[in-house]
Design a protein around this ligand. Structure first.
Ligand code: SF4
Ligand code: SF4
Length: 81
């Protein structure tokens, strides 16, 4: 599934440049993840890199957007050919 950033985000800007899909952008108040671009880092890393770099652990699974590995891989192929 895609990931989401919680309201506790402190806008530290650590995650944005690390996302291989350009899925993270600064929204009106905090950073946000584009569901259509988040692949859980499948195809790039063994685990979500935004989770790894976030200093306050505020990136969590988006249970409203549950996707299996097949769907995530298809998204990776669509984004990167
Ligand atoms: S899990 Fe990976 S693809 Fe998804 S937002 Fe985080 S860094 Fe980007
Ligand atoms: S690394 Fe965490 S606290 Fe920093 S901008 Fe990203 S989600 Fe927010």
């Amino acid at each position: 599934m895609a990931l989401k950033i919680l309201d506790s985000c402190i806008n530290c800007d650590m995650c944005d440049p690390e996302c291989p899909n350009g899925a993270i952008t600064l929204g009106e108040e905090i950073y946000e993840i584009d569901v259509d671009k988040c692949t859980e880092c499948i195809g790039h890393y063994d685990k979500p890199t935004c989770v790894s770099v976030c200093p306050i652990d505020c990136v969590k699974p988006d249970t409203d957007n549950v996707e299996n590995e097949e769907v995530l891989l298809a998204k990776f192929i669509r984004l990167h050919g």
